[in-house]
Write a protein that binds this ligand. Sequence first.
Ligand code: U2P
Length: 271
Amino acid sequence: MPPLTSWLVLPILVLLAAPATTPPARASPVASSFDGQREFDYFKLALQWPGTYCKRTRSCCPTNGCCRGSNSPAVFTIHGLWPDYNDGSWPSCCSGSSFDPKEISTLTNALEQYWPSLSCSKPSLCHGGKGTFWAHEWEKHGTCSYPVFRNEYDYFLTVLNVYFKYNITSVLNDAGYVPSNTEKYPLGGIISAIENAFHASPQIVCSKDSIEELYLCFYKNFQPRDCALGSDIKIDMVTSKKSCPKYVSLPESVSVGYNGLQSRVSDDVAL
Ligand code: U2P
């Protein structure tokens, strides 16, 4: 992973030292109540594997992270931080407030690198219309993370911090699970490597035999916890083994260049 730029290190260190519940003074609160919604039970950090996603790229645009040629991401990137219930369901679209890109302008460089959209399609927003990947994730999930997060800035900065602290790509690389278009790895070995590193079980989603998404779960204080908890869960929704075969691959990033695909019609997979 490239070194963090100095402008980002400071806020990240500050936030890791401070409880995630402390909003920066300059940002305005999103909600002062939970709009009648039952409070969530835990967080799920959803990561996506570009090597799998980007194989489906059929069109390019400047905002598609798959289209950066040799600079396309070769690490797990962020999909979102989702407040979830223990029964396998989750709240969504919890407040009337809309995404405001100005609130997170100081984080944009980091977000582009580590939280890129991997598609040109614009996802739907909670109050109608379509918007950016970040707008979708904040409005659908971030607004439901009250009372841990009360504003956009706090949400996005904390997601970056947690992503850096629990570096799945490094854990897998260190255990020998490196991107490859030929190797297949035991799913059990991948899960064990993560359990050994973070003392919590992940959830893994595959597309055929390729890892597509990997979820890490956290208590509200961001201590890791198992994604599946005892009898509370609906097994079909959370177990890794349902969606992945015993041996899985981590495909290398495809080097799609914006110039090669920009003239094609935007018909790639919607979020
Ligand atoms: O799994 C398909 C989509 O459902 C949403 N999801 C899934 C699991 C979960 O715990 N919480 C959750 O919200 C995601 O929707 P998205 O954020 O992409 O709109 C996930 O992609």
